[in-house]
Design a binder for this molecule. Structure first.
Ligand code: NAG
Ligand code: NAG
Ligand code: NAG
Ligand code: NAG
Ligand code: NAG
Ligand code: NAG
Ligand code: NAG
Ligand code: NAG
Length: 650
């Protein structure tokens, strides 16, 4: 029997037992941090019944409330639910872990500040640090790809307008009789990328003549309800084959949060459970060894997906770290009350590699999936990572991330109370995504000084998926060059100097003064997506500027409010905010269930809706709107039921 069907058939039994009702009431009672804490005993009691009962009950509630299609409810909760149940059986009601759990699952709590902890360093910072001088030699090109999210089940002519988080598949092997919007050969905006799109991108990229490429993670599609230990490794390997076939130079990848099953699931080595992510690390080793060599392949095994390699022909150490142990949506992080400053020794590995680079007179790049300063990174590990940046800022010549799907940058400072050009110490590049769900497919190319390993120019290439010729032959065009488009705004930058942290800081100063320049940046950030019509102003602008100026996750949250980020007018929001829009994982499902309670109260006029803030859903550009109060915003899938959509488009 299909599991979804089984859950449906169980529904009456559970309703009779009153459990589903109890859970629905408990979830819809969650309105803030305090009520989340009061609901925890109910969730804990349910978890005490065992994983099966926990999964069945929440699945039944998800189906009953029509949060998602039954198969989406079933798959997401069957896979991710047991992790939550495991957590609920292991943390105490009144510790910090309970608060972090409420924050991660419901987006409900103001987080406590990072727990003080000193990262152990093998050596003090040298009194006299090496100066890395450019000799004005010809720059080397390096490519940066990210978030390809290739759907290996993408089916041309399947329905692209479906009710699931992604479309363009023949779900359950069946195609509806009347397809409203057919999936096209090179992708559509409601779906993840077909393999053909990756071919097109890689063929265009290969012509650029790069020395090597970085890939900052997320190979796997967004069908998080349908991933397993068989299809995730298979699709990871399909991706490495495709890259190896199309590119003649090596790729140095980092692991994304989608490269596991269940999605985001990376158990800590302290976790008392049978589950491991070894099947992921094995697929990494098998697929990546052709590029990273034997030693680094071994490191993957011993360092939970992290490794370091020397860039070909350079004194540059590339350190690829698995940041999923710092990711709030990795629910294994809440399975104990104990403060674990460095789960799986990822920080220790990074420190060891940076020390080795310093000792050997090398520079280093940090390559990983999640930008460490965003709100979806655990405060503790973000703060400890900041200590590492402060210690090795002279060695670290660049940091490269993905995950947000946007084309962005972020600056690290030596003093976050005084974010100035003088205090800007590190620069992180965030690579745009290829999946058309969140903008035009894009990638970045850097000009790297071959002596300092600093960035001389950033160019972003995109293909316009709305272009009438796109499905016949996608054209990859230059979107912008930072040197040509941004550097003239900062005249203090010498023409032969690298795009240093101070340069990027000075550019943010320009953005405060010159809104035209800022809005041009926003257009680039969203990969030239014409659906971003309205300017990013007020809270959107403040939030964006704040995000540019931090590599610490506790810096901007005070500004954007104590709860979760509210996307404002015209502010397209991507993961993690997108997950609050899309909600196909169990966290999103529970947040949507909680939202039902508010929608009910809106209908009965016991709660005033927010003055409508929207983010765009990937689904045919329908904005998802938020109701509730400022401190309790909820995404509503069908805004028409709640308020006039024209409010959103005002
Ligand atoms: C997409 O599907 C929905 C629900 O079936 C329907 O209301 C809508 O008109 C469709 N959109 C298009 C553009 O066909
Ligand atoms: C691999 O590790 C061995 C032993 O640590 C070392 O001697 C060798 O140089 C390393 N090879 C590469 C390519 O780094
Ligand atoms: C950081 O900046 C603040 C505000 O200017 C200043 O009070 C503080 O002394 C600075 N901290 C350090 C370590 O320099
Ligand atoms: C830039 O050019 C000037 C003048 O040619 C030279 O003095 C300086 O050393 C160069 N700086 C770098 C970083 O190449
Ligand atoms: C940034 O601005 C400061 C202060 O205006 C200036 O001293 C510095 O030279 C600028 N740096 C760059 C790289 O533009
Ligand atoms: C503002 O930025 C635009 C580029 O986006 C530039 O053309 C314009 O000259 C700038 N204005 C000022 C006052 O610097
Ligand atoms: C993409 O194509 C659409 C339709 O032709 C056009 O309106 C839009 O301006 C284009 N955007 C970019 C960034 O090229
Ligand atoms: C944006 O930031 C400025 C200064 O930091 C503040 O005065 C303003 O109220 C903020 N605006 C919004 C909408 O948050």
């Amino acid at each position: 029997m299909r599991p979804a069907l089984r859950a449906v058939l169980l529904l009456p039994t559970l309703v009779a037992a009153g459990l589903v009702d109890v859970v629905e009431r408990a979830v819809s009672g969650v309105v803030d941090c305090a009520t989340c804490h009061s609901a925890l005993p109910t969730f804990k009691a349910l978890a005490a019944f065992g994983d099966d009962k926990f999964v069945q009950t929440i699945t039944a509630a998800c189906i009953d409330l029509k949060i998602e299609d039954a198969d989406v409810c079933e798959g997401a909760i069957r896979t991710q639910g047991p992790i939550l149940a495991h957590d609920l059986r292991h943390f105490s009601l009144f510790g910090d872990t309970a608060t972090k759990f409420c924050d991660a699952v419901f987006g409900m709590c103001a987080l406590p500040p990072a727990t003080p902890w000193m990262v152990p360093f093998p050596k003090e910072r040298p009194d006299v640090e090496r100066v890395w001088q450019s000799r004005g030699r010809e720059p080397v090109k390096v490519m940066h790809f990210s978030d390809v999210h290739i759907d290996r089940e993408y089916t041309v002519n399947a329905e692209a307008n479906c009710t699931k988080p992604i479309c363009c598949r023949d779900f359950g092997g069946e195609r509806p009789k009347h397809v409203q919007i057919p999936a096209l050969p090179l992708g559509v905006r409601t779906c993840d990328a077909p393999g053909t799109l990756a071919d097109s991108m890689l063929e265009a990229a290969e012509k650029m003549g790069a020395r090597f490429s970085l890939f900052t993670g997320d190979v796997i599609d967004h069908a998080v309800w349908d991933v397993d230990e068989e299809n995730v490794p298979r699709n990871m390997l399909a991706f490495t084959d495709q890259f190896a076939e199309k590119l003649s130079t090596p790729v140095f990848p980092a692991l994304g949060n989608h490269e596991s099953a269940p999605t985001n699931s990376f158990p800590r080595d302290t976790t008392e459970h049978q589950i491991t992510a070894d099947f992921v690390f094995n697929a990494q080793r098998q697929g990546w060894s052709q590029w990273i060599g034997e030693n680094a392949t071994k490191q993957i095994q011993h360092h939970s997906g992290s490794y370091a390699v020397m860039a070909p022909g350079m004194d540059l150490r590339i350190i690829s770290v698995n940041t999923q142990y710092w990711y709030k949506q990795n629910f294994w992080l809440y399975d104990s009350d104990e403060h674990q400053p460095d789960p799986n020794g990822i920080l220790a590995f990074l420190v060891g590699q940076l020390q080795a680079a310093e000792d050997a007179g090398q520079r280093a790049w940090v390559v990983a999936h999640m930008p460490p300063g965003r709100g979806d990174v655990a405060r503790d590990q973000s703060a400890y990572f900041d200590q590492v940046v402060q210690r090795y800022k002279n060695t670290i010549a660049g940091q490269f991330y993905g995950h947000t799907h946007a084309d962005e940058f972020a600056i690290g400072y030596s003093n976050y109370s005084e974010r100035t050009a003088e205090n800007a110490v590190s620069i992180a590049m965030v690579g745009p995504a290829m999946t058309p769900m969140s903008g035009n497919p894009a990638f970045k190319v850097y000009d790297i000084d071959p002596d300092s390993y600093e960035i001389m120019d950033v160019r972003s290439y995109y293909t316009n998926i709305s272009d009438p010729d796109y499905q016949l032959k996608p054209t990859w065009r230059l979107l912008y060059s930072a040197r040509e488009d941004y550097a003239p705004l900062v005249p203090s930058l010498p023409p032969n100097a690298s795009l240093s942290p101070a340069f990027w800081h000075n550019l943010t100063e320009v953005y405060y003064r010159n809104d035209t320049a800022f809005q041009a940046y926003i257009a680039h950030k969203h990969r030239g997506w014409e659906f971003v019509r309205r300017p990013c102003v007020d809270g959107c602008k403040n939030g964006t500027l704040c995000d540019m100026r931090t590599l610490r996750s506790d810096v901007c949250s005070q500004q954007s409010g104590p709860v979760f980020h509210i996307p404002d007018h015209g502010h397209l929001s991507f993961a993690p905010e997108m997950s609050s829009c899309e909600g196909s994982g169990i966290g999103g499902i529970l947040r949507k269930m909680a939202a039902r309670g508010v929608v009910q109260k809106v209908r009965t006029n016991t709660v005033t809706p927010l003055p409508c803030s929207c983010c765009y859903s990937s689904h045919l550009m329908i904005p998802r709107c938020f109701v509730g109060t400022r401190s309790r915003p909820f995404s509503v899938s069908s805004p028409r039921n709640v308020m006039d959509l024209s409010d959103c488009l005002r």
